[in-house]
Design a protein. Structure first.
Length: 377
């Protein structure tokens, strides 16, 4: 199910929202794809505890959600999106600047607007760095200590540490801005910009909101779709870094935000890992007399679903070091010849018996024979 929620509380509410619609594409949640309890990163990123995970659904409490957007970059499968905000458009707004001001909803002093600095992800800052931004100034952070969104200083510290780990002393300068004092005219202009921005974000699917009222919860529920219908796709927050790997000054043999995979000889060739991979990093092939699994680090966000669903525990993960390993392209991890069953016509792995039947058909025939012997006996 794809669900939409929008917080339209007034700015003076204790649960301050920013007029941002949060979209949940459940078909990409790795818990639902694998029908296992595999990930809770979105819950851990939510300062309000508004996200509820079950084996069958992902829901957000529209009353307590503060629309900070922290769940969006946190999800390794890209199941969360903010209406009107995507990392590609944010990077495009850099506009060739050497110095860029990224601000949250608590300030008007910004070149790039985010609901909360919980979305100021290390991958976003690295992508801006690749586009020529040498200095990133974070505005509004002085309000983190009493922000209704819970504050973002811990998230920003973690993102900055990751940049240092990647680039060392070549990392972009990231610093907090000093508070800016506006005169009355500036305040009036800022209020007008805030009103227009809020109105733009609150427009969803052509539905307009009155200034006095709120849109109902049911207005933001989209038509259902099955989890299996969600085709694999790259995750935008990972892609903005991956497509710039070769343009960034990573330290020699340092992590580059990429993860590799290895499949050992225990693999049964069931291809469940490739079938369930939400990003398409793993791709399965069955046909032409063989079964194979290939892997592309460009798409892998290390969601670890493949490790958890493999019935043979044949898959392992490793951090890739150096740009060359991350940009090597798609590689075949597993390939094995496939026999064709003489009964059902399906392919199967393993040594072919004299009758040419797959294990399933052979088992069915043996059960039928046992049943006939019971009847005749």
């Amino acid at each position: 199910m794809t669900e939409l929620y929008e917080q339209t509380l007034e700015p003076t509410s204790p649960r301050r929202a920013h007029g941002v619609a949060i979209t949940i594409a459940e078909g990409y949640c790795i818990n639902l794809r694998g029908r296992i309890d595999a990930c809770d990163l979105c819950q851990r990123a939510c300062p309000a505890g508004s996200i509820r995970l079950t084996p069958d659904s992902v829901t957000i409490d529209p009353v307590t959600c503060v629309s900070c957007g922290g769940c969006v970059p946190a999800c390794p499968a890209g199941a969360f999106e903010l209406d009107g905000l995507d990392p590609d458009s944010l990077v495009a707004q850099a506009g060739g600047r050497k110095e860029l001001r990224i601000g949250c909803a608590q300030t008007e002093d910004k070149d790039i607007a985010l609901p909360c600095h919980r979305m100021t992800d290390a991958r976003l800052m690295a992508a801006l760095f690749a586009e020529g931004v040498d200095e990133i100034i974070l505005t509004g952070t002085e309000n983190c200590h009493d922000c209704p969104s819970g504050g973002a200083r811990k998230a920003l510290s973690a993102a900055h540490r990751k940049l240092i780990n990647w680039f060392g002393d070549k990392a972009p300068l990231v610093r907090a801005a000093r508070p800016v004092n506006h005169d009355a005219q500036d305040d009036q202009k800022a209020a007008e910009r805030r009103r227009l921005l809020r109105g733009a974000f609150r427009s969803l699917g052509g539905k307009a909101e009155t200034e006095q009222g709120e849109l109902g919860f049911d207005d933001f529920i989209a038509p259902d779709h099955e989890v299996g219908e969600a085709a694999a796709r790259p995750v935008a927050w990972h892609r903005i870094l991956a497509e710039r790997w070769d343009r960034l000054p990573f330290r020699k043999d340092s992590p580059v935000g990429a993860t590799g995979r290895k499949i050992d000889d225990n693999c049964s060739g069931c291809l469940v890992c490739a079938d369930l991979c939400p990003t398409g990093a793993l791709n399965g092939l069955s046909g032409n007399g063989q079964r194979a699994v290939s892997f592309d680090p460009y798409r892998c966000t290390n969601c670890t679903l493949c490790l958890k669903v493999c019935p043979q525990n044949a898959i392992s993960a490793r951090a890739l070091r150096g740009v060359a390993s991350a940009t090597a392209g798609r590689d075949v991890l597993f390939a094995r010849c496939e026999n064709v069953c003489t009964i059902c016509g399906n392919g199967y792995l393993g040594a072919a018996e004299g009758d040419g039947m797959c294990p399933a058909c052979r088992n069915e025939q043996e059960m039928e024979q046992e049943w006939l012997e019971m009847l005749s006996g």
